[in-house]
Design a protein around this ligand. Structure first.
Ligand SMILES: O=P(O)(O)OC[C@H]1O[C@H](OP(=O)(O)OP(=O)(O)O)[C@H](O)[C@@H]1O
Ligand SMILES: O=c1cc[nH]c(=O)[nH]1
Ligand SMILES: [Mg+2]
Length: 211
């Protein structure tokens, strides 16, 4: 099946919220809130390996040496547009992260990704990267985004998605085996238009209400 770099959330809260998200009758407002909440829950898993150090704190009872984050520097990188919906969920967990944007759309005919915008923090090569996008379908967009970050000198890259097709995960494992992938759910297949089934439709349109 998938390698140990693929982390599928097996959590009742994620499963429950994803089911509401998938419902075609869920409103734009609820859809947006759920994307953000699931993003926050997946960030919890994606940051499980963060290094800790200790510091001495005086509690009301005594002095104690206690764990604290070792201060790794992060950048969260949404793939525009739909990835924007996940940014505030990540930032609520990792508030000091910088944000870099990659604008990319998928040609509806060829399914090839096209980059139209890229703006990164200056020191992005020194940061751990979390690329975020609700959907991993063929994997073309995530592949191109990861390649772009590697070109800029980034080497510790994670990808966070809400719903993935097995085809997309398999593609990324071949071309970027070093990247950890955090997935809300792995769906059944891609249809002939490159949409994930059962999926949730077009994530960008549902977040921004453009259809
Ligand atoms: O794995 P892939 O086959 O590349 O497909 C997934 C991509 O398609 C969607 O973006 P879309 O092109 O619809 O752009 P949008 O976010 O502006 O709606 C989605 O948000 C991913 O970026
Ligand atoms: O199912 C899909 C596939 C690509 N992009 C989406 O938004 N949804
Ligand atoms: Mg879209």
């Amino acid at each position: 099946m998938f390698s140990e770099k693929v982390h599928v959330m097996n959590h009742p809260l994620v499963a429950h919220k994803l089911t509401i998200l998938r419902d075609k009758n869920t409103s734009v407002k609820d859809f947006r809130e759920l994307v953000s909440e699931i993003g926050m829950l997946i960030t919890y898993e994606a940051t499980r390996d963060l290094p800790l150090t200790t510091k001495v704190v005086e509690t009301p009872l005594c002095k104690a040496e206690l764990p604290t984050l070792a201060g790794k520097k992060f950048a969260v990188v949404p793939i525009l547009r739909a990835g924007l919906g996940l940014v505030d969920g990540v930032l609520r967990m990792v508030p000091s992260a910088r944000v870099g944007h990659i604008g990319m759309f998928r040609d509806e005919e060829t399914l090839e990704p096209h980059v139209y915008f890229c703006k990164m923090p200056k020191d992005v090569a020194d940061r751990d990267i979390i690329i975020v996008d609700p959907m991993l379908a063929t994997g073309g967009s995530a592949d191109a985004a990861i390649t772009e970050m590697k070109k800029r000198g980034c080497h510790n890259i994670k990808l966070m998605v809400l719903v993935a097709a097995p085809e997309g995960i398999e593609h990324l494992q071949k071309v970027h085996p070093d990247v950890d992938i955090y997935v809300g759910a792995v769906d059944d297949h891609l249809n002939e238009h490159g949409y994930i089934v059962p999926g949730l439709g077009d994530a960008g349109d549902r977040i921004f209400g453009t259809k």
